[in-house]
Design a protein around this ligand. Structure first.
Ligand code: SF4
Ligand code: SF4
Length: 405
């Protein structure tokens, strides 16, 4: 029996991506969502930034093509394909649509590619908020009869994984994303905000692009993984949990999945899921997971705060050969931790450790992969009160031992 908790996992065979999308959607009987002709359908891909499909930073156009073709079978009135890219420049999303191949697919199939920021704004009230009372986004979210989430599987420097729940962060318009990073610098609060944002958009259907993915330094500069999977379902928490299992990641490490589950957006208990297509074990392919500041919930709050904000604090540097001083990083840094290089003096931007909240926006938005992150745990420990305490204890122990001898 098909339920809201049905999930289909389908392999892409012989590069027939659209066929895999159709099999997955038919497998979960998604046609019941398209209950009449003339619906307005909004499709939300991942358009993080202007990168070509082979770099796997954005939803692959072949996956989007399959979704649009499937939707078109039900004779909707309009199909919108919308997102808002990273960065603050108004043209960023249009550029990402063009470079990613999304715009060309929309033109060919009669869908309307539109950045959220080009439509009027609307304030959406968050029900039972964890941290956010309202989300400002486009009116498209309320105009649509059906919202379809089409995220991509990528590891993520800050959130560990980006897929279903994290993809809806793109409904927050351009630079407002940076403001949210600044407002919620701690990963736990930021993850709560992601769950609140998801609850506003709350897509009725999700089709995951597991065709080409990113591991390691994702979500923009990771290594490409050809996973050849399409996963479809309704429950974002269950879908993200399934993705974690496939890529060899403990889902409880991805705090926004846990927060979304607590908020009642879905289940992490996969025994409640009805699967069709491939079994998780048969498609498992462990990813290289980035070193992130996520800490388990069960540790006391002050300790988790310490680990996240002090011990795992990143040091940002810039690759002198790759940096073209384009300004994207300092324009997008939510706290002003990066500033422009001084003329004639510096070859790369300047970074202030004290202002940095390790949000990874600079690395995500740099078009030349010139931003480098390092997490010097020993140095961070040595420079913190815990380090000083440990040093003090060590000195005291040594003094006692010497005195006793
Ligand atoms: S680090 Fe990247 S974003 Fe920053 S100025 Fe250099 S090239 Fe531009
Ligand atoms: S320097 Fe980079 S990681 Fe640090 S706050 Fe700015 S954008 Fe975020």
């Amino acid at each position: 029996m098909m339920t809201q908790s049905s999930i289909a996992i389908e392999r892409v065979v012989n590069e027939q991506v659209e066929a895999a999308v159709f099999r997955a959607l038919d497998g979960i009987q998604a046609e019941r969502l398209m209950y009449k002709k003339g619906l307005v359908v909004l499709i939300k891909p991942n358009l993080l930034m202007a990168k070509p499909p082979e770099q796997a930073a954005t939803t692959h156009p072949a996956v989007l093509k399959g979704v649009i073709q499937w939707v078109a079978r039900f004779e909707p009135e309009r199909i919108y394909v919308a997102d808002s890219s990273n960065g603050i420049r108004p043209g960023n999303t249009r550029k990402a649509m063009k470079v990613s191949g999304i715009e060309a697919v929309c033109e060919a199939l009669g869908a309307i590619a539109v950045p959220f920021e080009e439509r009027p704004r609307h304030s959406y009230v968050v029900q039972s908020p964890l941290v956010l009372e309202e989300v400002i986004s486009s009116t498209l979210l309320k105009e649509a009869d059906v919202v379809i989430n089409v995220p991509k599987i990528k590891t993520h420097g800050q959130c560990v994984l980006t897929c279903c729940i994290k993809n809806m962060f793109g409904t927050v318009i351009l630079g407002n994303k940076s403001k949210l990073h600044a407002r919620f610098p701690h990963i736990e609060a930021f993850s709560s905000a992601l769950a609140d944002i998801y609850s506003v958009a709350r897509p009725q259907l999700t089709v995951i692009d597991g065709y080409v993915c990113q591991e390691g330094r994702g979500p923009s500069s990771g290594d490409v993984v050809k996973l050849d999977l399409i996963i479809a379902g309704y429950d974002p928490v269950a879908l993200d949990t399934v993705v974690c299992k496939i890529v060899g990641l403990d889902p409880s490490r991805v705090i926004h999945i846990v927060k979304a589950s607590h908020k009642g957006l879905g289940t992490m208990d996969l025994t409640k899921i009805h699967f069709t297509g491939q079994a998780i074990e048969s498609v498992r392919r462990p990813f290289r997971i980035p070193f992130t500041p996520s800490v388990p919930f069960r540790v006391p709050r002050p300790l988790s705060e310490y680990v996240a904000t002090v011990l795992f604090r990143a040091t940002v540097s810039f690759d002198k050969k790759a940096c073209v001083r384009c300004g994207t990083c300092w324009q997008n840094c939510p706290t002003g931790a990066i500033t422009a290089p001084r003329d004639e003096v510096d070859t790369v931007p300047l970074w202030r450790r004290s202002a940095c909240i390790t949000c990874y926006c600079c690395a995500e938005t740099c078009p030349h992969d010139a931003v480098k992150f390092r997490i010097p745990i020993v140095k961070n420990l040595a420079g913190s009160w815990v380090g000083l305490l440990l040093l003090g204890c060590g000195v005291a122990m040594a003094w006692i031992i010497v005195t006793l001898l």
